[in-house]
Design a protein around this ligand. Sequence first.
Ligand code: UT7
Length: 321
Amino acid sequence: MGAGMCVPKRLVTNEDMERIVDTTDEWIVERTGIHARRVISGDESNASLAASACLEALSKSGVNPREIDMIIVGTNSPDTLLPGVGPTIQGMIDAPDAGGMDIQAGCPGSLYAMAAAAGGIASGIWNRVLAVGSEAFTRMVDWEHRSTCILFGDGAGAVVMGEWRPGLPRLSNIDLKADGKKHDMIVIPAGMAAEPASPETVRDRRHFVKMNGADVFKFANRKIPPYLENFCASCGITPKEVDWWIFHQANIRILQGISQRMGIPSEKLIVNLDRYGNTSAASIMICLYEAMTDGRIKSGQRVVMTSFGAGMTYGAALIEC
Ligand code: UT7
């Protein structure tokens, strides 16, 4: 498993946000832990970030794009609904034998992509798959709404997956869940079949993300700790036996709340939301990339990745490195 990542060039700090909405650096840092985020500009796009991340993952894995059978992109902010990001980047990275598709499953979209890849590999349908989390989410947020626009950033992360061989990191368990009765906690109401674009939907800003932040906050803090305890038990390990925890980079207070409830020391958390904000489906992939690349994650260690988001979906994966 080789990993890659890409974030946009443009850095938007909290001081920059103070000039856009009625907020302060102090409020954002205290309530979220975020200091800055990256925002696409110029000719950057969801697909350009995803393609760069994929090319780096391929190069780190020593795999030629021509050997890829499928590209699965977890995303909630495709450049266009048709085509998806997966088929678009199939052309950009020159992977002529690969299929391409998107999975829209909220922030755990990259976990869903990894699970689909693992299933396809285990069943023998595919040999090598690119599992990607990529977002241009800042294009979906209302830059006049201060409690959502300060949270999100853009970016992409990718891994090359294939049949496990000794010496390589192993995806030894993955679990996906959803609580669809709470599907209205995070929504983009208009612009699709339910509410096609109209002057009214544009006037009422219904093409942007609407989120009940407080309910999402409670959902994560209540649901995820017992879920992760059960996930670890299903893997035959205790949370103490996990070396590194990669939580969806939603809000530092959510990470602290979950880890405190579970007795996880803060040194075991991989955190980058201070620099990138919440990059939705890309967040755990970017964390994985950074911690693999800077040597924090070492051979023989156990990593649990977990995420939650619109749907409300959630899930976890155990990687034995
Ligand atoms: O990817 C998963 C998706 N989403 C999440 O994980 C989000 C989870 N939720 C959160 O992270 C937090 O709920 C937020 C960061 C969105 C909000 O933080 P909070 O501590 O729950 O604040 P709040 O919504 O309870 O608002 C408290 C106050 C309000 O003012 P009043 O009504 O008390 O006067 C807000 O208007 O803070 C105000 N506020 C702000 N003030 C300055 C909200 N946003 C801002 C802001 N700057 N950016």
